[in-house]
Write a new protein. Structure first.
Length: 690
DNA sequence: ATAGCCAATGTG
DNA sequence: ACATTGGCTATG
């Protein structure tokens, strides 16, 4: 002990004396008789303050200051020269616990205010948020911000509806088409927590199947949660639930309602008056009471990854909840992610899929064509379509609507040679060249270097091709190629929910495909598939397949003439999986490859991005678990043009994910204490690692 | 984070 | 001798 500790010891002695007297506020405020200490999570978005602080509960707040209530507290003030508290700023917080005593050796500040006695942070929600924060190297306060919606006094003042008694267990319905489908429902209805990876059959049945799984869970007296990637799929499950169970058994937690209405619905769930919730990403935290089932639909959809720190993923939160709350899990989609395949391979979940014969019966016929096979006839050329695609569309248009999927403009930022498809690269740094405006010269997206006289390094051609032609231009061109056929577009700005069962060309960007009423589309053309597949991303194949299956699942079965034409290299794995309609097989092969490479989900990764020195500092500071690899750092393009950042990837065995996250968090905290340090962004499970 | 404390450095 | 600045610490 150094001499400086003398004063510290003395101070500790004084504090000890104070504490032994009783936990009490600094100035003689009368305290609550029972449990006069409130343990509070102070909502201050600082990683190093990820801990609880004790406050004294004034007698006047004794009843309202319940665990889970929102409070305001003074925080960060100083004890002045005369031992008087110069109060810090007011901060929001949540009471996590009421206690008789405090571990803290000092006078406790009193709670400034209890905003409302509503117990929004239930013990289960607190445990979940803590687990998510730990999983993603974030702070509890950050996660709570995602999990607990803002307060609206009006909604709190109203009573929530009275809970309904459990419904009867549903019939298997469409689940009869899946081998273990009826058994899965029966298990839910019996109060078990079965975990399955569900490869949904093509066609319009899946919302009803989700509704039946929810109904089976409700029938056991437990609650259910369904998270879907977008508002349209939420609306479809909402409709299916209303049809199966009537209204009032579930709430929709999605952006369609205003904040107050949203909070009203959230409260109905939190108060236990409604036992089922469906919604988009933020619904993953919905505090459903007695959770018996959590469903994630289309877990490969990127909107399941939260853009807010610490970037939790819906699937991972769902898995945490299933484990923590003993609930069943249903990870379903038309496609299968590598992560889902991994759940099956490790035995955590069982596959829930139909027999091959059933799949073949319901899937459309899929034909492949390379786009070098451009149409010979004038009409096909005008539409920039391969002749097979043109003929398919021409033929199908006599029978019903035809869906044309075109990648979103800007989705693939690069250009390619118009003759041989070689990507157009910057001569200086190898980055992708972009066309600025209509007549502006090409410029590198990474270094900004302008390129005045480009020609292809492979074949010498001067012809450029934008890898993606936007939906609008495609619509114009197709409209000319098929005169007198109505053309409708669905995309970012205006998304159509459905189109009538009548001949029409329906141009859509991925994810915006309208459902065709009646039998479904007569055909679908999946254009520019090669552009989707050529993306330099580990997930390019999986992502292309998911998008194709989403569109192709809206097409009639082959037996009813349904045909899909995909313009892509026929030997590509994802293309073959589409032809065979075998997403689970594709995911299995991808998983084999990840195993070879030790890439996620066979390992757990984190990325560390920042100025080169900052990244090096953090890597020097972090105490990685044994066996951890450091890949890189390598230069990456920063958000600002010309900014030079570096990124390192850290890799550990899957079981060491928690150790990696906590090591990174500790290193980040240590670095944040040095205020001069450049910031480093840490991301667990980075999306783009390839 | 941010205020406050302390020590080291700079200035009149 | 006093002001300024940078590093470090605690926050109930």
């Amino acid at each position: 002990m150094s001499s400086a500790d003398g004063a510290g010891e003395q101070l500790a002695f004084i504090r000890e004396t104070v504490r032994k007297a009783k936990p009490r506020a600094a100035r003689g405020v009368r305290l609550a008789e029972q449990a006069p200490v409130a343990r509070v999570l102070v909502d201050k978005g600082v990683l190093s303050l990820d801990q609880f602080f004790d406050y004294a509960v004034p007698a006047a707040m004794a009843d309202d200051a319940r665990p889970g209530a929102r409070v305001r507290v003074r925080f960060g003030g100083r004890v002045g020269a005369h031992g008087r508290r110069e109060g810090g700023a007011l901060h929001d917080g949540f009471i996590v616990e009421r206690r008789d005593t405090s571990d803290y050796n000092g006078p406790l500040a009193p709670l400034a205010r209890v905003l409302s006695p509503e117990q929004v942070l239930t013990p289960a929600l607190l445990r979940l948020c803590r687990a998510v924060a730990d999983r993603y190297a974030g702070s509890l306060a950050d996660v709570l911000q995602l999990a607990v919606p803002p307060r609206h006094a009006g909604a709190e003042a109203e009573p929530s509806p009275r809970p309904l008694p459990p419904p009867a267990a549903p019939e298997p319905g469409g689940w009869a088409r899946y081998g273990h489908g009826p058994a899965y429902l029966a298990s839910l209805a019996a109060g078990h927590g079965p975990r399955a990876v569900w490869t949904a059959l093509p066609g319009p049945g899946w919302p009803e199947e989700i509704a039946r799984a929810v109904a089976a869970t409700l029938s056991s007296g437990r609650g259910a949660l369904v998270v879907l990637p977008d508002g349209r799929s939420v609306a479809r499950v909402d409709a299916a639930l209303n049809a199966l169970l009537g209204e009032g058994r579930h709430v929709v937690l999605a952006a369609d309602a205003g904040p107050q209405e949203r909070y009203r619905r959230w409260l109905a769930v939190s108060r236990g008056s409604v036992h089922a919730a469906i919604g988009t990403r933020a619904a993953m935290f919905a505090p459903v009471r007695g959770l018996g089932l959590v469903v994630v639909w289309s877990d490969g959809d990127s909107s399941h990854s939260d853009p807010n720190a610490p970037h939790p993923h819906v699937r991972e939160v769902a898995l945490l909840r299933a484990a923590e709350e003993g609930a069943g899990a249903l990870i379903g989609g038309l496609s299968t992610t590598v992560e889902a395949a991994q759940l099956v391979r490790t035995g955590w979940a069982r596959p829930l899929a139909a027999e091959r014969a059933t799949v073949r019966e319901l899937a459309p016929r899929v034909r492949t064509v390379t786009d070098l096979d451009q149409g010979r006839d004038a009409a096909a050329q005008a539409a920039r379509l391969p002749s097979v695609a043109w003929e398919t569309a021409h033929d199908a248009l006599t029978r019903g609507p035809v869906l044309i999927q075109v990648p979103r403009r800007g989705y693939v930022p690069s250009l390619a040679c118009g003759r041989c498809r070689t990507p157009v690269r910057c001569r200086r740094c190898g980055g992708p060249l972009q066309a600025g405006g209509a007549d502006e010269p090409l410029a590198c997206a990474w270094c900004g270097e302008a390129e005045g006289d480009w020609h292809c390094v492979e074949c010498g051609s001067f012809r450029l091709r934008a890898q993606v032609v936007g939906a609008r231009r495609t619509a114009e061109e197709l409209g000319r190629a098929f005169p007198r056929v109505p053309v409708r577009t669905s995309g970012r700005e205006s998304v159509l929910a459905s189109v009538p069962d009548a001949p029409a060309l329906v141009i859509s960007t991925p994810g915006a495909e309208p459902v065709a009423e009646g039998a479904g589309y007569a055909a679908a053309l999946l254009l520019d598939g090669w552009a989707l597949l050529n993306r330099p991303d580990l997930r390019a194949g999986e992502e292309a397949l998911r998008r194709w299956l989403t569109a192709a699942a809206l097409v009639r079965p082959a037996g009813e003439g349904g045909t899909v034409v995909v313009v892509a290299e026929p030997t590509a794995r994802a293309v073959q999986a589409l032809v065979r309609w075998d997403p689970a097989g594709h995911a299995g092969l991808e998983l084999d490859e990840r195993e070879q490479l030790r890439f996620p989900p066979v390992s757990r990764m984190a990325s560390v991005t920042g100025a080169p020195q900052a990244v090096a500092d953090l890597l020097g500071l972090v105490r990685l678990p044994d066996g951890a690899d450091v890949l890189g750092p390598v230069p990456v393009a920063g958000p600002a043009r010309g900014e030079e950042l570096e990124r390192a990837l850290l890799r550990v065995a899957p079981g060491q994910g928690a150790a990696l996250a906590s090591a990174l968090k500790a290193a980040q905290i240590a670095r944040l204490a040095l205020r001069t340090a450049d910031p480093v962004r840490i991301r667990i499970d980075p999306l783009d690692i390839g």
